[in-house]
Structures are given as structure tokens and as C-alpha cells.
Write a protein that binds this ligand. Structure first.
Ligand SMILES: O=P(O)(O)OP(=O)(O)OP(=O)(O)OC[C@H]1O[C@@H](n2cnc3c(O)ncnc32)[C@H](O)[C@@H]1O
Ligand SMILES: [Mg+2]
Length: 171
């Protein structure tokens, strides 16, 4: 039986990975792991590292065939602070497969609080006066008027990972 470990308990990430592996007979094992980077990564590089660390840690911890890690972060530009999203898939044989997702500019009022040290997820709860936006539509969902929610965004990343993995295995 193929087992696929997912290094999170965040429902948006779990759903994304399950959709991406559609057609594969597998057992999915959600597991909380340390990302090995800051709770709020501040660059693409750091966010990628977090995704890879999660994929590797989840795979080892659950003795699974494959580990998947998805990580949200932000990065600074001359236009302002962007959110970014990265994913990694590790099969213990090949180098980790890596894929990036949506990136949008954050409103300056939100960016300011993140720069001051709050996690984007915390700022989003303050901003929307809701609880746990990170487990629902996410910042990306709020600021795209619901057109692209966090699950859909991570589904795209997960499909990019699974597709690269399948291509490698078949070629
Ligand atoms: O339980 P885990 O898997 O850690 O899920 P998380 O929601 O904390 O997500 P990440 O650690 O991958 O994301 C790092 C931070 O960025 C926030 N973040 C990134 N993208 C977001 C989005 O679209 N909506 C809400 N928060 C987001 C997130 O809440 C964290 O504060
Ligand atoms: Mg987190």
C-alpha cells in the first residue's frame, strides 16, 4: 500500500494533496512536523526550505513512501510585501520535487503588521474579524474576493508536484 505523508494538519493543505493524487490508490497520513524555519518565512528561499523540511520529516516520522510539504511565506519587493506559497514532494530516492504557487501583493496595512512580527495568519484574523482564516479561504481568498481560495491555490501547487513526480517515475 502506498502511503503519502502530509506534513500538516491544516485542512486546506490536506484537501489540496488529496485532490492532486486523485486516481492513485493511497493512504494519506496527516502529521504535524517542524518546518525547521520561522513560523512566518520571509523569503522564497526560506519558504522552499520549510516545504522541503516538512516533506522529509513527515515521510520519516510516518515511515511513508512519499512525503509532501506545503509552506506559506512572504517576501519583500520594491512594490511591497507579497505572499508566496511553495511545496515539496520527497520520495526518498530522487531530489525533492519543488513547485511554487500564487503570489499577490498584500495591502500595506497588513504588510506593516507582518513586518512588525505578527504571522500573516494572525493579521488576517484581526483584519477580517474572523477566526482561523488560514484554515479557510486564507489571505489569498480574502484579497482575491474569494476567486482563488487557499485550498484551490495549494491544489495547483500539489498538482505541479504530483505531475513532476509521475513524469520522473515514468521516464
Ligand atoms: O499548520 P500549518 O501547516 O503550519 O499551516 P499554516 O496555516 O500556519 O501555514 P504556513 O505555516 O504554511 O504559512 C506560514 C504563515 O503564513 C500565513 N499564510 C500564508 N499564506 C496565507 C494565506 O493565503 N492565508 C492565510 N495565511 C497565510 C500562515 O497563516 C502562517 O502565518
Ligand atoms: Mg504554520
Amino acid at each position: 500500500m502506498v502511503t503519502i505523508a502530509i506534513g500538516t494538519k491544516n485542512p486546506t493543505k490536506l484537501e489540496a494533496v488529496k485532490v492532486a493524487f486523485e486516481g492513485t490508490v493511497a493512504t494519506f497520513i496527516p502529521t504535524s512536523v517542524d518546518s525547521g524555519v520561522a513560523n512566518q518565512p520571509f523569503s522564497d528561499e526560506e519558504t522552499i526550505q520549510g516545504a522541503i523540511n516538512r516533506a522529509k520529516a513527515a515521510r520519516i516520522k510516518t515511515e511513508s513512501s512519499v512525503g509532501v510539504g506545503l509552506e506559506g511565506g512572504v517576501f519583500e519587493t520594491s512594490y511591497g510585501l507579497f505572499l508566496c506559497n511553495w511545496g515539496a514532494l520527497y520520495d526518498g530516492v530522487n531530489d525533492p520535487f519543488i513547485a511554487g504557487g500564487a503570489r499577490i501583493l498584500l495591502p500595506e496595512s497588513v504588510a506593516k503588521k507582518v513586518r512588525e512580527g505578527l504571522e500573516l495568519g494572525e493579521v488576517m484574523d484581526l483584519y477580517t474579524k474572523e477566526n482561523n482564516v488560514r484554515h479557510k479561504e486564507g489571505a489569498v481568498g480574502v484579497f482575491t474576493n474569494g476567486l482563488i481560495n487557499r485550498t484551490e491555490m495549494f491544489t495547483h501547487v500539489a498538482k505541479l508536484l504530483v505531475g513532476q513526480y509521475q513524469y520522473k517515475v515514468r521516464n
